[in-house]
Design a protein around this ligand. Structure first.
Ligand SMILES: [Zn+2]
Ligand SMILES: [Zn+2]
Ligand SMILES: [Zn+2]
Length: 764
C-alpha cells in the first residue's frame, strides 16, 4: 500500500480501513484498540455488514506506519481476505473508541465459530504464578467457545451461555480496561467466577478432584463421557485394545473408525505420518480431526480404525482436554468419539448421558456451562498439500462461504446422509453444523431444531427453498412442508448436478465445465439411482453426457448393507448369471444368492444404478475384503486401504453410446482372482482403471466440446488413492482440475451447490 497520505495544515491525516475476512470473534477490535491507542491515534473501530471498519486520525507518519504495518498489528488468528483504504478529511477527533455491537446492522457475521485454546491461555494454564493456573475454562478474546454457546445476537456475555456466570471484580477489570488481553472478551472467567467441573456416575460418587479421578479411571481402562465444546465425547485409552473393543461392543459400533485425541503434536507423529500441511491443520484454531496415514509402530491399538490405513487424530482444543493428558502415566492418545448410540445426535447434557447411555459409560466428567448449539468435531484430510474437508462443523460453522454474486435469502436443505443445510444472505452461504443421517428420527428432529436456531441466530428468513430431487428424502419432505407453511417457492435440483455446482461455487466459476460426479447414490432425472456421472455443467443447468452402465441394485438401498449383491449384479452383467452365481454363491450362501438373482429380474425391487460408490463396494465384496457393511462406504474405504502403492497396470474398459462399459474390466479382474493375484494388486489395478475411465471420458468430452476444465465432486472424491492417480493424469493431459477445498465433496457439501444453483436459476 503506497497511497500518499496528505497531511493537512494541522499535520494530521485520516483514513478509513475496511477489512473483510476472519476478523470477528478473534480479538480483532481489542487488539487494534491497544495497538492504536499506544500510538496515540484517534478514531474508532466497529463491526459492520461490510466487515470491520476502522477510522483513524493521527499525524501523517503514524497513519502511514499503521497502514504499512497493518499485517503485524492484527491478532494472530485473524485472517484478512480483503482490505480497502480510503482517505478522509481530518475532523479533529479525540480519543479512540470501540463502537459497541448493539448498534450494528442486521447482517453482520453475528456469531463467530468455536476456536481452540490459544497458546497464551495454555501457558497460563500451567503457570503456577497465574491466577488461572489449572483452570479448565480459560479463554480470551482470541479463543474459546462461541457458536456452541450462542443463544442470541450480537455475541456478547448476556446472549451466550456465560451470561449465568457474573464476572468477579478482577475479571470485570480485565474486561473493561484495554491494557488487558481479555479486554471485551465475551467468554472470560476465572476460578472464582466461572464454571465448575464435576464428576458424576450412577453410583453418586463425588470426588474431591473430578479431573484426577477421570485420569485414573481412563488409565485403568474405563469408558467415560467428557463434556466438550459442542457435545459430549466418549473417551477411553486408545492404546488398550480391550478398552476400545469394549467401547465398540457397548456403543454397538463394530468397525466405524474412532477419532483419537493425541496429547500433542509429538504424540501425533508417533501415531501417524504428519506432513507440514497436516500439522498446520492440527494446530489451527479450528482444530479439526485430521485423517493421517497410520504408522505401523503406532501405540494406538488396531481396533481404533480396523481395516483402514488412516486414522483420525485431533489435538486438545480446550484447556480441559489438554489437562486430561497431564501426568507422566497418561496414554499418548485417547479415543474421543461422539457420545451417542451409533448415528444418533451427540449428547448435550450429563443427565441425558446418565439416563440414556448409562449402559455405555462408567462415569461423566462434566461442568455447569451449558452447550446451546450441538456441534460435532470437523474432519479434514489433506490432498496435494491442501485441505480436503470430510465434515465441516466445529471451528468452521457458522463462517460463511462467499459466492461471487448476490441472491435472495434461501434455505437449501441438503441431502439425507451426512446432512448439512444452508441459509444464504446476499453473497454469503452459511452452512449449518453436521446434522447426520436424517432418516434417523432423532436426527430429523435435530435438523428441525438446528434450522430454527440457525435462522434465528443469523436473523435470516428464507424467501425460497431448495432441496434434492429425491421424492422421499426427509429433507425434501421438510422443504415441501416449510415452503407450504411459509408460502415460499420450492425448487428441486438433481443431486449430482448440485455436487458439481458446489465445486464450481467454492472455486468462483460459472462453467460450463466437465463435471465428474461420482458418489454412492442419488436420484436421477430418469428415476434411476445415479452416481457415476459425467456432466457438462453450468451453475444453472447441466447435460448428462456419460455414465457408468446401469446394473440392477438388488433390493435397492439394501445393497448398501450387502455389497455382495452389487458384486453379483456386476458379475451377472459381465459374465452371465451362472458364472456370477458360481463366484458369489459361496460367500453369500447359495439360497441368498439365488434369491438376489431372482430379485434382479424385478425392476421394481432392483432399480438400475450407475453408482461409482457401489461399484467400489462390489469389488470389495468379490475380493472378500468386506461382504457386509456396518457403515456407509465401509467396503470402498477398506478396498482403498488394501491397495498396494504402485499399480503395474490397469484393466480394459469400453463405451457403448453414453454408457461406460466395465464388462472387460470384470472379466480381467476375475482372471486375476483365478490366477491368485493378491487383493492388494487387484485393488490397486482397479483404482488405476477408474482413474483411466475418468481421464479417457474427459478427453472424449474435451474433443466434443473444447472444454478443458474438470470439476470433481461426490463422495467418491474422498478417496485420496483415486484422486492421487486421476488428478495428476488429468493435469498432465492439459486439464485444469477443480476440487473441493472449503466444503466436503460428499453430501455434507451439497447444500452449497443447491444454494448456488438456486441463485443462478433465480438470476438467469
Ligand atoms: Zn486464549
Ligand atoms: Zn473471575
Ligand atoms: Zn451425493
Amino acid at each position: 500500500m503506497d497511497r500518499p497520505f496528505t497531511a493537512t495544515s494541522s499535520g494530521l491525516s485520516r483514513c478509513r480501513i475496511t477489512v473483510r475476512g476472519r476478523v470477528q470473534g478473534v480479538g480483532f477490535r481489542p487488539t487494534l484498540y491497544r495497538a492504536l491507542t499506544e500510538r496515540g491515534c484517534a478514531g474508532s473501530i466497529r463491526n459492520t455488514p461490510e466487515g470491520v471498519v476502522l477510522e483513524l486520525e493521527a499525524p501523517r507518519s503514524i497513519v502511514r506506519e499503521v497502514v504499512d504495518g497493518f499485517g503485524d498489528i492484527i491478532p494472530a488468528r485473524a485472517h484478512i481476505d480483503e482490505l480497502t483504504l480510503q482517505e478522509l478529511e481530518p475532523c479533529g477527533e479525540e480519543g479512540f473508541r470501540i463502537v459497541p455491537s448493539a448498534a450494528e446492522g442486521r447482517s453482520l457475521l453475528p456469531i463467530p465459530p468455536d476456536l481452540a485454546a490459544c497458546e497464551e491461555c495454555l501457558v497460563e494454564l500451567r503457570d503456577t504464578a497465574d491466577r488461572r493456573c489449572g483452570y479448565p475454562f480459560n479463554t480470551c478474546t482470541a479463543c474459546g467457545p462461541r457458536f456452541s454457546i450462542a443463544r442470541g445476537v450480537p455475541f456478547d456475555r448476556q446472549t451466550n451461555a456465560m451470561g449465568s456466570f457474573p464476572l468477579c471484580e478482577q475479571c470485570r477489570r480485565e474486561y473493561s480496561e484495554p491494557q488487558y488481553r481479555r479486554f471485551h472478551a465475551q467468554t472470560l472467567s476465572c476460578p472464582s467466577c466461572g464454571p465448575v467441573l464435576s464428576f458424576r456416575d450412577t453410583g453418586g460418587r463425588e470426588p474431591d478432584s473430578p479431573l484426577e479421578l477421570t485420569r485414573r479411571m481412563l488409565r485403568e481402562g474405563a469408558i467415560l463421557a467428557v463434556k466438550g465444546v459442542g457435545g459430549f465425547h466418549l473417551a477411553c485409552d486408545a492404546t488398550r485394545q480391550e478398552a476400545v473393543e469394549e467401547l465398540r461392543r457397548r456403543k454397538r459400533r463394530p468397525a466405524k473408525p474412532f477419532a483419537l485425541m493425541a496429547a500433542d503434536l509429538a504424540a501425533c507423529r508417533h501415531l501417524a505420518h504428519v506432513s507440514e500441511a497436516e500439522a498446520a491443520l492440527l494446530t489451527s484454531p479450528q482444530a479439526p480431526i485430521v485423517l493421517l496415514r497410520r504408522r505401523a509402530s503406532s501405540p494406538a491399538c488396531e481396533a481404533v480404525a480396523p481395516g483402514l490405513a488412516h486414522v483420525g487424530v485431533m489435538l486438545p482444543y480446550t484447556p480441559l482436554h489438554s489437562m486430561l493428558f497431564d501426568g507422566d502415566d497418561m496414554p499418548p492418545a485417547l479415543v474421543m468419539t461422539s457420545c451417542n448410540r451409533s448415528e444418533e445426535p451427540i449428547s448435550l447434557t450429563a443427565e441425558h448421558v446418565l439416563g440414556e447411555l448409562a449402559d455405555i459409560v462408567d462415569g461423566v466428567l462434566t461442568h455447569d456451562r451449558p452447550i446451546v448449539n450441538r456441534c460435532d468435531d470437523s474432519v479434514v484430510a489433506c490432498f496435494d498439500g491442501q485441505p480436503l474437508p470430510m465434515r465441516r462443523s466445529r471451528g468452521y460453522v457458522p463462517e460463511p462461504v462467499i459466492l461471487d454474486a448476490d441472491g435472495p435469502p434461501l434455505l437449501a436443505t441438503g441431502a439425507m446422509l451426512k446432512n448439512v443445510f444452508a441459509l444464504t444472505s446476499g453473497r454469503r452461504v452459511f452452512l449449518s453444523q453436521h446434522i447426520g443421517d436424517v432418516s434417523d428420527a432423532d436426527n430429523a428432529e435435530h435438523f428441525a431444531r438446528a434450522f430454527d436456531d440457525f435462522a434465528r441466530l443469523l436473523r435470516l428468513e428464507p424467501e425460497a427453498v431448495v432441496c434434492d430431487l429425491h421424492p422421499d428424502y426427509p429433507t425434501t419432505d421438510f422443504a415441501r412442508r416449510y415452503s407450504r407453511e411459509q408460502d415460499l417457492p420450492l425448487m428441486q435440483v438433481q443431486h449430482h448436478h448440485a455436487h458439481i455446482v458446489s465445486c464450481l461455487a467454492e472455486n468462483g466459476r460459472d462453467g460450463p465445465v466437465i463435471g465428474v460426479s461420482w458418489d454412492g447414490t442419488g436420484y436421477g432425472e430418469d428415476g434411476a439411482v445415479w452416481g457415476g456421472e459425467f456432466l457438462i455443467a453450468e451453475r444453472h443447468r447441466f447435460e448428462r453426457r456419460h455414465h457408468l452402465a446401469y446394473v440392477p441394485m438388488p433390493g435397492g438401498e439394501q445393497a448398501v448393507r450387502h455389497p455382495t449383491r452389487m458384486a453379483l449384479a456386476h458379475l451377472a452383467r459381465a459374465l452371465g448369471p451362472e458364472e456370477a452365481r458360481g463366484r458369489m454363491g459361496p460367500p453369500m450362501g447359495e439360497e441368498m444368492c439365488a434369491a438376489a438373482l431372482r430379485l434382479m429380474e424385478r425392476a421394481g425391487f432392483s432399480p438400475p444404478t450407475s453408482s461409482a460408490g457401489r461399484l467400489f463396494d462390489a469389488l470389495a465384496a468379490l475380493l472378500g475384503i468386506r461382504t457386509e457393511a456396518t457403515y456407509e462406504g465401509q467396503p470402498a474405504c477398506e478396498l482403498e486401504a488394501a491397495c498396494e502403492a504402485e499399480p503395474d497396470r490397469s484393466y480394459p474398459f469400453g463405451y457403448e453410446g453414453d454408457d461406460i462399459l466395465l464388462t472387460e474390466t470384470w472379466q480381467a479382474i476375475c482372471r486375476d482372482v483365478d490366477e491368485g493375484e493378491p487383493n492388494s494388486r487387484i485393488a490397486a489395478r482397479f483404482h488405476r482403471t477408474m482413474a483411466d475411465v475418468m481421464l479417457e471420458t474427459c478427453r472424449r468430452l474435451r474433443s466434443e466440446t473444447g472444454m478443458e476444465t474438470v470439476a470433481l465432486s461426490g463422495g467418491v472424491m474422498q478417496n485420496r488413492t483415486l484422486l492421487g492417480m486421476a488428478v495428476p493424469a488429468l493435469r498432465e493431459d492439459g486439464f485444469e482440475v477443480l476440487l473441493q477445498r472449503l466444503v466436503p465433496p460428499n453430501d455434507g457439501g451439497i447444500c452449497l451447490g443447491q444454494a448456488a444453483w438456486a441463485c443462478a436459476r433465480l438470476n438467469s
